[in-house]
Design a protein around this ligand. Sequence first.
Ligand SMILES: Cc1cc2nc3c(=O)[nH]c(=O)nc-3n(C[C@H](O)[C@H](O)[C@H](O)COP(=O)(O)O)c2cc1C
Length: 234
Amino acid sequence: EQLGIKHPIFLAPMAGVSTPELAAEVSNQGGLGSLGLGASSVASAREQILKTQDLTDCPFQVNFFCHQPEPLDEAAAQVWLDYLSPHFVHYGVALPTQLKNLYPSFLSNDDYLNLVLETRPQAVSFHFGIPHAHQIQALKQAGIITMVSATNLAEAQAIEAAGIDIIIAQGVEAGGHRGLFNAAIDGGIRTVDLVTLLTQHCQIPVVAAGGIMNGQHAQRVLNLGAVAVQLGTA
Ligand SMILES: Cc1cc2nc3c(=O)[nH]c(=O)nc-3n(C[C@H](O)[C@H](O)[C@H](O)COP(=O)(O)O)c2cc1C
């Protein structure tokens, strides 16, 4: 209801895999289409959002990585370049002179935030962490729904305390990668157990992700209290 979708089914945002065509198709069928923009430049992210808006009038979400940005360690980078150089030589490929960060973080600056505020998708979700307070506030003021993935109760409680609207409960079965951000605890919790735990202890809606392949699986987690399911691998 919050998202204005007909079916409680999200396409999982998948960086490098979910396309505007796939996102729009899911949205046009009444689910929530998703764009995984975690590895996209601002220009490419804008292009993908505008293309999706061309293909559908229905709600969709965009997804960013929210990891603590890691400053480049020049010395460590050089060790990697030296270590890998024989492989570049072996395949006759030009040797890179520096390491490039493929994954920008939403936390580094407000460029991605401004893009979201400009293009106004229905919802935005975050992986590997929680946005800054001023970013959450700006999204809320714009009426954009916020979601963050959690792999354990401590992460879910931090998400709820930050004023996020929806928790994506990502069980250990989840394909791709898990958005763990409290690295001190990885209990490898299964999706059904995580949904049970989070719906018991959190007040905000919980969406189940991880290993959901068909309607039977979806019904099972909905019965446990999830409000929707998010499917990637399927
Ligand atoms: C190829 C692939 C890429 C993924 N990339 C992202 C991503 O960029 N952001 C994100 O939040 N989740 C990402 N995920 C995780 C999904 O959002 C979701 O949690 C997971 O696919 C659910 O498990 P399932 O694959 O068993 O359906 C990815 C999953 C896959 C399979």
